[in-house]
Structures are given as structure tokens and as C-alpha cells.
Design a binder for this molecule. Structure first.
Ligand code: S3P
Length: 160
């Protein structure tokens, strides 16, 4: 299973909760990219640009095909063509964790570990552009403004 959604939608927390519940491994793509690069995300952006980050993120995503687990992606994964195509054709279920912009912005405002969190209007523009892409690749959409436990039980109730 692959979780997608904007920054602050709870992908990492929910993947780990689902992993426990389903007795499966939870994989966080941001963590995998940090391991691959040997440096933290803000430094990857500084030294290799967003393009460098996206390439590594795709590599980490592609590697998950051979692992059975719950994958938490980074919020921008859908903006890179190769990752977008991967999500479109993967046989794993793709779940979009949706919440409105204000809810998400309140959760991520001022986070220095997220280089793309800058001015509010810029973050809103990213949100608007990505919303369409999330919906294009997702098999299911879940309300991620609810408490974590409810989001998890909502996903567990999906009939595949
Ligand atoms: C990004 C989201 C981050 C991380 C990187 C870029 C984005 O992941 O991959 O900072 O482009 O939205 P989270 O969605 O886990 O914050």
C-alpha cells in the first residue's frame, strides 16, 4: 500500500500505525532518501536542488516494488514524471490522504526540515497544483483532517 498526500497529511504516522495493525513493514521514503544521499533533506535541496532530491525519491520509490509494506511518500512525489508514472501503474493500492489547505498549513508552518515550506501563498499554489495529481493517481481518497486513529480505521475499512 502506498500513501500519498500533501505535507502535513500524516503519511508517516499513518503508515507506521497501519504497519503495526497489519503486521507489515512501514517504509518512509523521506528516510530512505536521507539514507541514500547520506545527508538531511534541506542539505540535499541546497546542494543538488529539487531535481536531485526527486531523482533519489524516485529511486527509493521504485525499490519498494520488491518489498511488501506500507509506503509513506513525500508530498511532492507526484510532481516528478517517473514517480507519477510509477504510481499510476503500480498494482499496490494508492491512498490519497486529503485535507483542506488551512488544516495542513497549520500543521507544517515554520517547519525548517521542509525546504518547500516558504510563504503561505507559495505553499497554497503547490497545494492547488498537486491536488489534481493526487486524485489522478489515487485508488482511494481518505479524509486526513480526522484524528489519526480514525484515518487508520477508515483505511482498514476500505473494500478492495
Ligand atoms: C516535500 C515533502 C516532504 C519531503 C520534501 C519535499 C514536498 O515530505 O519529501 O521536503 O515537495 O512536498 P512530507 O510530505 O513527508 O513532508
Amino acid at each position: 500500500m502506498i500513501l500519498i498526500g500533501f505535507m502535513g497529511s500524516g503519511k508517516t504516522t499513518i503508515a507506521s500505525g497501519l504497519g503495526e495493525r497489519m503486521n507489515m513493514q512501514a517504509i518512509d521514503l523521506d528516510e530512505e532518501v536521507v539514507k541514500l544521499a547520506g545527508k538531511e533533506i534541506p542539505r540535499i535541496f541546497e546542494e543538488e536542488g529539487e531535481a536531485g532530491f526527486r531523482q533519489k525519491e524516485f529511486e527509493a520509490l521504485a525499490r519498494t516494488s520488491s518489498i511488501k509494506g506500507i509506503v509513506a511518500t513525500g508530498g511532492g512525489v507526484v510532481t516528478y514524471d517517473r514517480s507519477y508514472d510509477f504510481l499510476k501503474i503500480t498494482e499496490q493500492p494508492v491512498i490519497y490522504l486529503h485535507a483542506d489547505f488551512e488544516t495542513l498549513y497549520n500543521r507544517i508552518e515554520g517547519d525548517e526540515n521542509r525546504p518547500l515550506v516558504k510563504r503561505k501563498d507559495q505553499v497554497r499554489a503547490l497545494y492547488d497544483r498537486r491536488l489534481v495529481l493526487y486524485r489522478q493517481v489515487a485508488d482511494h481518497e481518505i479524509d486526513a483532517s480526522l484524528p489519526v486513529e480514525e484515518v487508520i480505521s477508515g483505511i482498514l475499512k476500505i473494500k478492495w
